[in-house]
Design a binder for this molecule. Structure first.
Ligand code: HEM
Length: 183
């Protein structure tokens, strides 16, 4: 569970669901680094850029490496230095109230999908994967993956996004848990 927590955290470091956010000063203020902010000025921060900042994350900042969140025993140990370094869920008194719920939901989905399917990213997409900036982060052209029911041969997801595997799963399995993610 710690590794999954680290993998989700690392995914959102590189691809934060809220890629940019802003705060507005109610009155004249001074940021900790001495920068003056006048009343009603907005300070925009880009979690997308912050998660890829070499000064914060080191020379491997662009690599997906869940281990960076784990201690020597493999326990999740992230965020100890400052909650403001990883502002994916905001930080401080207005931290996202749904943070724990969001992690629980992501873990439930990961467990449900990965227990039943092998998921492979189709090759040759490194250049095609581009973020689409919005209030929340999307992929410009999506990501083609191949789902294969575990212990069954690989079969690609159909172009329409439907799951070709569903037809091959035993009917009882589909009825029991709706294991094929579709639509
Ligand atoms: C991966 C999923 C999520 C991400 C990345 C996320 C991110 C954020 C961020 C960045 C903020 C701060 C917005 C701001 O004040 O500028 C926020 C606030 C908030 N989020 Fe989330 N959120 C997620 C899921 C959820 C879920 C599942 C819920 C509810 C069940 C939720 C409820 C809220 C609420 C109520 C606030 C306002 C908190 C406040 O201002 O005191 N969020 N979230």
């Amino acid at each position: 569970m710690d590794y999954l927590h680290a993998a989700l955290t690392e995914s959102m470091r590189l691809y934060p669901p809220v890629p940019a956010d802003f705060k507005e000063a109610l009155e004249d203020d001074v940021l900790p680094d001495g920068t003056a902010v006048r009343a009603r000025q907005r300070v925009i921060y880009y979690t997308y850029a912050m998660g890829r900042d070499k000064a914060s994350w080191g020379p491997d900042c662009l690599e997906f490496r869940p281990e960076r969140w784990l201690d020597a025993r493999g326990a999740f140990a992230g965020g100890a230095e400052s909650p403001y370094k990883y502002a994916v869920f905001n930080a401080g008194p207005r931290l996202c109230v749904g943070k724990r719920f969001a992690y629980a939901q992501m873990k439930a989905v990961a467990a449900a999908v990965l227990a039943r399917f092998r998921v492979e990213v189709l090759p040759g997409q490194a250049e095609a994967v581009k973020p689409k900036l919005n209030t929340t982060l999307y992929m410009k052209r999506g990501l083609m993956v191949r789902f294969a029911a575990r212990e069954q041969r690989h079969e690609p997801v159909t172009a329409a996004g439907g799951c070709a595997i569903k037809r091959e799963l035993p009917k009882a399995a589909i009825e029991r848990d709706g294991s094929c993610i579709q639509n």
